[in-house]
Design a protein around this ligand. Structure first.
Ligand SMILES: [Zn+2]
Length: 131
């Protein structure tokens, strides 16, 4: 489902998210791939096209998330909401690995929100930032 994002809202989101994915922090400049506007609560689930519900996401994170808003935590078997970039702080749920090559989850919310491909993108970001 393609939903038109008004120009004024895109401008606000671009400035706030600094043209970086809100889930893996990959910058559009580093990846060279245009970011997408992600409905955090998908429109198909009633999510609105508002600043509080739309953020920038790389295509990998957006496609991984699809229309999911919750997942089962494999450790507790409890249904857990995915990371919400507008309501939660990335640093409260994720951290860089000690060698700086991967994003690691520090909470159940993060554990179910991470996908393997975001770690690959994180490596790319780290190399550029360090260089
Ligand atoms: Zn991402």
């Amino acid at each position: 489902m393609s939903i038109r994002i008004p120009e004024s809202l895109r401008t606000q989101i671009d400035a706030t998210d600094r043209r970086s994915c809100c889930y893996c922090l990959t910058s559009e400049t580093v990846s060279g791939t245009p970011l997408t506007y992600d409905h955090i609560t998908p429109a198909s689930r009633g999510g609105l096209t508002t600043f509080d519900n739309v953020c920038l996401a790389c295509r990998t994170c957006n496609e991984f998330k699809t229309n999911t808003i919750r997942a089962v935590d494999p450790l507790t078997q409890e249904s857990t909401p995915l990371f919400h970039p507008r309501q939660q702080h990335w640093q409260d749920h994720f951290a860089w690995s000690l060698d700086g090559t991967k994003i690691e989850g520090t909470t159940a919310i993060a554990a179910i929100s991470i996908n393997a491909r975001s770690s690959i993108r994180a490596v790319t970001s780290t190399i550029v930032v360090a260089g």
